[in-house]
Design a protein around this ligand. Structure first.
Ligand code: 6PG
Length: 268
């Protein structure tokens, strides 16, 4: 199992070896999870800039990443990142304006992007404000291709994709039963999710998530314990379980409450 040196050493939890291509790090609490995640993001960023001259980061939405983004924005952390070489993207977006309380861009902007010197031109948000969601998805796919310099048959390869986990096993806006789970060609799709508070969404698809060099799931809270167990033990083919980087590393960062039902994560 290839484990990134970024995940060795400083974790306050303990690394658990899972399947051959994934690791689970269990952190004591949400604060430890945020610190572990921030340190790991910095390590990946440093490696990406050193190896490739830039850091291509795909941000997660929802509430869990807030603490990580806020920690990363603290000077003791943010001063360790070459923000001038960093590009920020989004794994999904709700179809709402960027200043809407439910906007993933707004959450990331408030907690991180407005607090670090990343060039605005290097922040590529999905245009949730566009009534034509299909058009917004196609435009974002075109923007990805342009920035990554990929031709039609190639996939953009993020240095790091951050993802959250819904209690139903969704990730990004890839929800159980959605036709987009079978998407194999498009990198970005417009989806309608009746189960979601904001049903109309834009999302990256599995091909681009699984083309990433590294994916980190950020999961916290006792309400996630059942779905963490289900996803990590492959009990059910839930969307989050289908995130398996083809040539990359998969890291699950969970706090103890979220890992409580995992056969090993609950060990004391
Ligand atoms: C979104 C996210 C979504 C999120 C999960 C977990 O736009 O809602 O992309 O996939 O990560 O729903 O959300 P919480 O972190 O709020 O539990």
């Amino acid at each position: 199992m290839q484990r990134s040196n970024a995940s060795a050493g400083w974790t306050r939890g303990y690394d658990l070896i899972m399947a051959s291509d994934a690791t689970l790090t269990v952190c004591a609490d949400p604060a430890a999870l945020a610190e572990t995640a921030a340190n790991l993001i910095i390590d990946v960023a440093t490696e990406a800039v050193r190896e490739r001259g830039r850091f291509m980061l795909c941000l997660a939405g929802g509430e869990t990443p807030r603490a990580t983004y806020a920690r990363l924005a603290l000077p003791a952390f943010s001063e360790r990142v070459r923000w001038d070489r960093t590009w920020a993207f989004f794994g999904d977006e709700r179809v709402v304006p960027p200043d809407h309380s439910e906007s993933n861009y707004r959450m990331a902007h408030e907690t991180l992007l407005s607090r670090v010197p990343i060039p605005p031109a290097q922040i590529l948000r999905m245009r949730g404000e566009d009534a034509d969601a299909e058009g917004a998805a196609a435009a974002y796919a075109a923007a990805l291709a342009e920035v990554f310099g990929t031709r039609r048959s190639e996939l953009p390869r993020f240095d790091l994709v951050l993802l959250g986990l819904g209690v139903d096993g969704h990730t990004a806006s890839l929800f159980p039963g959605s036709p987009v789970l079978r998407e194999v060609f498009r990198t970005v799709a417009a989806v309608h999710v009746t189960a979601a508070q904001i049903p109309q969404r834009l999302t990256l698809t599995f091909p681009v998530l699984n083309a990433a060099a590294r994916v980190i799931f950020l999961v916290a809270g006792a309400e996630k314990a059942k779905v963490v167990k289900a996803v990590l033990s492959d009990q059910a083919m839930l969307p989050a379980a289908l995130v398996r980087p083809i040539d990359g590393e998969l890291i699950w960062l969970a706090d103890r409450a979220a890992a409580a039902l995992h056969p090993i994560g609950g060990a004391r």
